[in-house]
Design a protein around this ligand. Structure first.
Ligand SMILES: Nc1ncnc2c1ncn2[C@@H]1O[C@H](COP(=O)(O)OP(=O)(O)OP(=O)(O)O)[C@@H](O)[C@H]1O
Ligand SMILES: [Mg+2]
Length: 238
């Protein structure tokens, strides 16, 4: 499916965090976080509730600015005051939010198409992509439904389709299996693995160690662990 095919660009580093620190209201949440995430890789980000997983994803998505250190995305150093750069780079990232963030009064299909509209892309040329993606996530029969009538697993699949409709190179997913049963969790995981196989770089925050274990049979994934404000590479691979 063309819309899902990513571009693997040599040895490109998609995310590079250089000793970044961040906190809210004077409290340190992350300190000296360093990591390099290459193009085409699959990473899990884990750690207990409140460890800062969502915060780190927001830093990567350029929603927060680090208090110290620097971020580079797709090989470009982020200039803190360059709003145009931020907008341009964010378009290369698809985000699956912890709380879905579907628009209540829009159908599933319209929610999935929304990023295209926001980028000013003509819908006429993309209708087929939307239909294909709706089918890919198994929501063809629910395409005209409103989000409030969907199950949690269906909402999550709609959120994944919306995250990939613009063909982003990097997918970040925040607890994509948080509110769903194990079987649906595996289905979501398989969608993310498929995206990775199609060339996309995938970063998934989760405290579901069962999911990480299950993923090992599907994909070569590295696990990053947040602990006491620091980011560690999980040594034992669980
Ligand atoms: N907007 C905010 N204002 C103040 N403190 C915040 C804000 N957002 C998060 N925090 C705090 O920062 C810390 C890290 O929160 P974060 O949401 O990143 O954790 P998490 O690892 O994603 O947790 P969970 O597994 O529960 O989703 C927590 O102590 C949280 O209370
Ligand atoms: Mg979180």
């Amino acid at each position: 499916m063309q819309v899902l095919t990513g571009v693997l660009n040599g040895n490109l580093t998609v995310i590079s965090l250089d000793r970044i620190s961040f906190g809210y209201d004077g409290r340190a949440t992350l300190e000296g976080v360093e990591v390099t995430i290459p193009a085409g890789s699959f990473h899990f980000l884990t750690g207990p509730s409140g460890a800062g997983k969502t915060t780190l994803l927001k830093l990567i998505h350029l929603e927060h600015r680090p208090h110290k250190g620097s971020i580079a995305l797709f090989g470009e150093n982020i200039a803190p005051s360059d709003a145009a750069q931020r907008t341009r780079l964010r378009r290369r990232i698809g985000v699956v939010f912890q709380d879905f963030r579907l628009i209540d009064h829009m159908s599933v299909a319209d929610n999935i198409a929304l990023p295209l509209r926001l980028q000013g892309k003509p819908m006429a040329t993309h209708r087929e992509d939307v239909t294909e993606l709706v089918e890919w996530v198994g929501l063809t029969e629910r395409a005209d439904a409103l989000p409030r009538t969907l199950s949690a697993g269906e909402k999550q699949r709609a959120a994944i389709a919306r995250a990939v409709i613009t063909s982003p190179e990097l997918i970040i997913a925040d607890e994509p299996t948080g509110n769903i049963d194990a079987e649906m969790g595996m289905r979501i995981l398989r969608l993310l693995v498929e995206l990775n196989r199609l060339g996309k770089t995938v970063l998934v925050a989760t405290h579901d160690l069962g999911l990480i274990r299950a993923a090992k049979s599907l994909v070569q994934a590295r696990t990053l662990r947040l602990s006491e404000r620091r980011l560690l590479l999980a040594a034992s691979e669980l």
